[in-house]
Design a protein around this ligand. Structure first.
Ligand code: ADP
Ligand code: MG
Ligand code: MG
Ligand code: MG
Length: 418
């Protein structure tokens, strides 16, 4: 298919079109007439097929030339598949075992053939809505973020390689533009595609959109996002981009990959745990979720602690890039200088991640792309009361991020607001 012009796959055509694909046949069996194909994409952007053959199954993910959620009135480049593929390859190298195995990439057809994460794998967001306490997510996600974000930066890479990679991903303009608009700007004015639970939230939404300090802070964060090309980000690291079992954690869907600030992935991810926390009140029909709420705050603390521990370990053991050179610090016998610099770097990540987390909460309630944690609460008054608490929490951590000293303070605030 590599030479033919792009054509969207369908359940009907997939077996014929990919029946001669060697990588796929090797995985699932050559008898393509017997393949069973299902389309399971629940995302906003792309097609995702599960293909089952005589000897196994695989996932075929294909980009469309437009935004699936909106339709062909909103064109979007197929090249996002190229960025997703290249991000997956780098994530596997930097954090082995953390993403699905990649079997094949076809740039012209904008399709990636990858490992099928079969049941009991489930999207993390679904598991959290169901009230499941997964024991390993904080450790696994903390390690993933520390390894990918450290190893993709000038703390680790030869700077020539990092600059070449920066150039490669710099072309992911349109997906980056979605983040720039939908996350940092649209929630704070009456943008066309926005929606919120109405009329219940109308008053609070008007208040937030008139909140000068909040709007300025959101734009300062956008400035950091755009100007601080520190490392290769996943770019869309929410709980819908993570598949889990009780023992395994895999990150998927890095099509928004871009060079940006370390704190962006960490803040977006933690925001999703805090949103899950505030949404639990809406999912108590089969019993109280007190233990689940305590678990979720524990997960935020443990994820950040794991991230810090691994980042610090890599700082001490793998700091081979051109920043904070060992030749200036450890090699001169000045280990304290290295530790002092590490403290500064971690403190900056902390301060910025609170900002990114706060506005991520806002955009999921005020913007275009909502999340199932709140959307699946059928009672609109109940949903609005959960969302209102999350909005106030988000506003506080975004605007006061420089004054907040640690995770306990944030989680105490969350518990108080809840
Ligand atoms: P989008 O970019 O459109 O959001 P995703 O990559 O997030 O697409 O995939 C959409 C859905 O397809 C996921 O929520 C998940 O349910 C399913 N999916 C994606 N990749 C896999 C995989 N490797 N194994 C199993 N299911 C997958
Ligand atoms: Mg997705
Ligand atoms: Mg999605
Ligand atoms: Mg996606």
């Amino acid at each position: 298919t590599g030479k033919l012009p792009f054509e969207a796959l369908s359940v009907e055509t997939l077996a014929t079109r990919l029946g001669t694909n060697e990588a796929l046949c090797a995985r699932i069996g050559k008898d393509s007439g017997a393949w069973k194909v299902r389309e399971v994409g629940d995302g906003n952007l792309n097609l995702v097929f599960i293909v089952e053959g005589a000897s196994g199954a695989a996932v075929v993910k294909q980009a469309l030339p437009y935004v699936r959620l909106v339709g062909d009135s909103w064109p979007l480049p197929l090249k996002r598949s190229f960025f997703e593929y290249h991000a997956l390859i780098r994530q596997e190298a930097r954090a082995p075992g953390s993403v699905p195995a990649i079997y094949h990439f076809d740039e012209a057809q904008a399709l990636i053939i990858m490992e099928y994460l079969a049941p009991p794998h489930i999207i993390l967001r679904r598991a959290l809505i169901d009230g499941r306490q997964l024991p390993n997510i904080a450790r696994d996600i903390g390690l993933f973020m520390a390894r990918t974000l450290f190893r993709g930066s000038d703390l680790s890479m030869p700077t020539k390689d990092r600059k070449a990679d920066l150039a490669l991903f710099a072309d992911n303009v349109e997906l980056c533009g979605i983040t720039e608009d939908l996350v940092f700007s649209d929630p704070y004015f009456n943008a066309k595609l926005n929606r919120h639970t109405s009329p219940q939230l109308d008053g609070l939404v008007a208040e937030l959109r008139a909140d000068r300090d909040l709007k300025v802070e959101a734009q300062r964060l956008k400035h950091i996002f755009a100007a601080n090309a520190e490392t290769l980000l996943h770019g869309d690291l929410h709980s819908g981009s993570i598949m889990v079992t009780d023992t395994e954690t895999r990150m998927i869907d890095p099509e928004f990959a871009f060079y940006g600030p370390i704190a962006f992935d960490v803040g977006m991810l933690l925001a999703n745990f805090w949103m899950s926390f505030f949404s639990q009140r809406g999912h108590e029909e089969n019993g109280k979720r007190d233990a689940m709420r305590a678990y979720l705050l524990g997960v935020t603390a443990e994820t950040w602690a794991m991230f810090r521990a691994e980042f610090s370990h890599l700082w001490r053991s793998e700091r081979t890039g051109m920043l904070y050179q060992k030749s200036l610090f450890e090699d001169q016998g000045d280990i304290l200088a290295s530790e002092q610099a590490l403290d500064h770097v971690l403190h900056q990540i902390w301060t910025d991640l609170l900002g990114f987390a706060g506005i991520e909460v806002h955009r999921r309630i005020l913007g275009l792309a909502h999340n199932a944690d709140f959307e699946t609460i059928a009672d609109e008054d109940l949903r609005a009361s959960c969302e209102a608490k999350a909005l106030k929490f988000g506003r506080h951590i975004a605007v006061n991020r420089r004054q907040i000293l640690g995770m306990d303070e944030v989680n105490n605030l969350a518990a108080l607001i809840e």
